[in-house]
Design a protein around this ligand. Sequence first.
Ligand code: FAD
Ligand code: NAP
Length: 332
Amino acid sequence: MFFSEFEDLTLRNSLRLQSRARWYCEVGTLDELKQALAHAQRQALPALVMGEGTNLVLGDEIPAVVIGLRLKGLAVADDRVTVAAGENWHRLVEHTLEQGLFGLENLALIPGAAGAAPVQNIGAYGIELSDRITDVSALHVPSGEHRTLSAAECGFSYRNSLFRGNSDWIITGLTLQLSRDQDPCVTYPDLQRYLAARDQQVDARAVFNAVVAIRRSKLPDPSVLPNAGSFFKNPVVSESEAEALRTRLPDMPWHATGNGDIKLSAAWLIDRAGLKGRRRGGFQVSEQHALVLVNRDEGSAADLRELVAEIRRQIADDYGVDLEIEPVVYPA
Ligand code: FAD
Ligand code: NAP
């Protein structure tokens, strides 16, 4: 197996942060993955698994053995799909639709590898991965055992799971429970508006097409303007905090989480605070979508840190709300 030293990761992360890994390798089998971990142990370095690098904020130097996970394979059995970690997520969504298997259409066009999807329990337009997943296969690094974890064992919650920030587990594959029957979820206003304007039958294919079209029109394309999608999680606050804010900001959108708390829109707060378009060095709050930070001109990790600190400070000062970063920052 080949390990390259001081590998440039700039083109391997969607924020195009200039970053170098002490060691880098790509693995296509479980055995190669174990060899990569053995290399990390020999070098007394941690291992960092990477899918497609669309949810990572990398430092200038990565003192780790970075493992590009390229495990491939996909199997359909009745209405269950098992996919290897290295397959592309959006291609999986397309493939299941082509097979007449429904349930993933709201999660179309989310960038990244299938193996990374459980890490933050990817979600969009009212569906989360945890609504469809039955189990995850993963290598337990401390014991070297390859195990199957039930969905319950994965600890899924809003943009979070057992796997986030946890180097003990490397996901090698996952199984999804889909359906031959269609049950389209169109609870989000953008989807409703898009479909109503076209007056067409609301089936899974129509939802897929709508999600793809809306995302293309709303979100900056990382291959044109480097970004990591939403940079902040939507803050979840108590009902009384939300009420106090709504007295000051009557037009503020909010959504009940179902367990007594209220989810606010981080994009709305950032926009309202006048931060859209704010720039620090090469990084900018997207003019297109306030939740996305774009790398306009070879922005550095320091530029990004400065912009993030400014946004968090202003949102805390103006609204008393703490914004949490969504992508994984490495080193932490
Ligand atoms: P990476 O960035 O490579 O890795 C992310 C984290 O997961 C890292 O900590 C990494 O170590 C870990 N990891 C990766 N693979 C494994 C593995 N096999 N085992 C264990 N740990 C692993 N997310 C949403 O939830 N909803 C959206 O709608 C959405 N839209 C986006 C839109 C854009 C334009 C962009 C750029 C991002 C968006 N994201 C969204 C975030 C991102 O697409 C997801 O988090 C995606 O799952 C990341 O996949 P990746 O392969 O790029 O992961
Ligand atoms: P949007 O549809 O304009 O909605 C704004 C916010 O309101 C969203 O953040 C969403 O929360 C919430 N929302 C809207 N309708 C809701 C409903 N019926 N019930 C509960 N919450 C509701 O959002 P957008 O920015 O264009 O994104 C569309 C979808 O894609 C969202 O689900 C978003 O999370 C997802 N997305 C995620 C990323 C990422 O990197 N994580 C990037 C782009 C888009 P939620 O965010 O909780 O859904």
